[in-house]
Design a protein around this ligand. Structure first.
Ligand code: PLP
Length: 393
């Protein structure tokens, strides 16, 4: 089998260089093509399928939701599943209010609008600037791409949305540019994902939290990739000893059904009035019913302990590969979220991994990214690590 990427052969807009195999089935932590060829999943649909595939509980939740006949009613009417999930998210976090949407970029766009509205009420139109950090990825929509630090994602679309600036992850620079008068919010990923799996320094995050609080600037945490259990605590911020003013979520919330959320404090929520923001589909009864099940599973102490323990073991195995292989330059990560800097082009290693029957993703030209389903056992992690080492070469 060859897994070299082939040219676009269909009418889908050619935005992705997709691997040529066609997946027809998945079960547990494995995916299959029509011939029965299997791949062990160290990608989880880019940090989405935390409970893997064909999960009995997820299936049951989908069936329960379908039985009510209520797939969608719009946000003009009340339905219980979204309200129940919002209560759980508030009980589990710093937040007082929740807004549901459909994707990560949409969650961040919503958070930006909330921060802008709050800033305007606090300090007038001047208090509108949003700062993000070197290495950040916050999405591909118009506001979020301006906060995303990848020239190839940004440059084709200039001029970008105004008032959004990227700065170094450096407190001296940030202390210079964060202003009570002109800044409404700073956004960061506690563990940068697409930017190379970089766990931000705890001291830096704490100092930035203190500085934003002191200057009456909101802190938005983007936990779309690193939250919801992936790094071994339900929210990544728990490991940094801070709380934000807003937090965005998406990927694993409904284990593959589209869902996003913004969590926020009452202070920020008070700035938003009916009509200030909206979404047709967000938090619909089917997706929210499934998301209640996913929340219960992923917030369970045993699940989080599993990710913390097995994630530590996985990190140790990766560091051992680094010792053995001159092709590995660095290993970074936490829980079930790891980045590996390699000398070969990441694309080539990803293709070789597919040849080995292992799905991984990249995070930049020379960084591999491992995002296994959070339910993966030690035995399967071990198989994946062996395949990975063979693919690195
Ligand atoms: C940290 C982070 N923020 C935002 C996004 C955008 O999410 P979506 O692709 O659902 O719009 C992603 C997606 O990879 C992400 O990793």
């Amino acid at each position: 089998m060859t897994v070299a990427t082939d040219p676009v052969t269909d009418v889908l807009l050619g935005l992705y260089r997709r691997a040529p195999m066609e997946l027809v089935r998945a079960d547990g932590v494995r995916l299959y093509d029509a011939e029965g060829q299997e791949w062990l999943d160290f990608a989880a649909g880019i940090a989405v399928n935390a409970l893997g595939y064909n999960d009995a509980g997820v299936k049951q939740a989908m069936l329960e939701a379908l039985e009510t006949g209520l797939v969608h009613v719009s946000n003009l009417f009340r339905t219980a599943p979204g309200e129940r999930l919002a209560d759980k998210l508030v009980a589990a976090s710093f937040a007082d209010r929740v807004f549901f949407c459909n994707s990560g970029a949409e969650a961040n766009e919503g958070a930006f609008k909330m921060a802008r509205k709050w800033g305007k009420l606090e300090g007038g139109v001047a208090k509108h600037e949003i700062l993000s950090l070197r290495g950040a990825f916050h999405g591909r929509l118009f506001g979020t791409v301006a906060a995303t630090d990848r020239p190839q994602y940004r440059n084709p679309f200039r001029p970008l949305a105004g008032g959004i600036h990227i700065h170094e992850r450096d407190m001296t620079e940030l202390a210079r540019v964060i202003s009570d008068e002109t800044t409404c919010a700073v956004i960061l990923e506690p563990v940068q994902g697409e930017g190379g799996v970089r766990v931000l320094d705890t001291g830096f995050v704490r100092e930035l939290r203190a500085l934003t609080a002191e200057r009456n600037v909101l802190l938005i945490l983007d936990e779309i990739q690193c939250g919801y259990g992936r790094t071994g605590t339900f929210f990544a911020y728990e490991q940094f000893g801070i709380t934000p003013d807003l937090l965005t979520l998406a990927k694993p919330m409904a284990n593959g059904l589209p869902m996003g959320a913004v969590l926020l404090t009452q202070r920020v929520g008070d700035a938003m009035q009916p009509g200030d923001h909206g979404t047709t589909f967000g938090g619909g009864p089917l997706v929210a019913h499934v998301a209640n099940h996913v929340f219960d599973r992923l917030s369970d102490a045993k699940m989080l302990a599993h990710v913390a323990k097995e994630g530590k073991w996985l990190g140790e195995q990766l560091l051992a590969i680094k010792k053995r292989s001159p092709k590995v330059r660095a290993v970074r990560g936490r829980g079930f979220m790891w980045g590996i800097d390699v000398t070969d082009p990441a694309k080539a290693v990803v293709a070789r991994a597919l040849d080995q029957g292992l799905m991984i993703v990249s995070a930049g030209d020379h960084t591999l990214r491992l995002l296994p389903p959070l339910v993966m056992t030690r035995a399967d992690l071990r198989i994946g690590v062996e395949k990975l080492e063979a693919a690195i070469g």
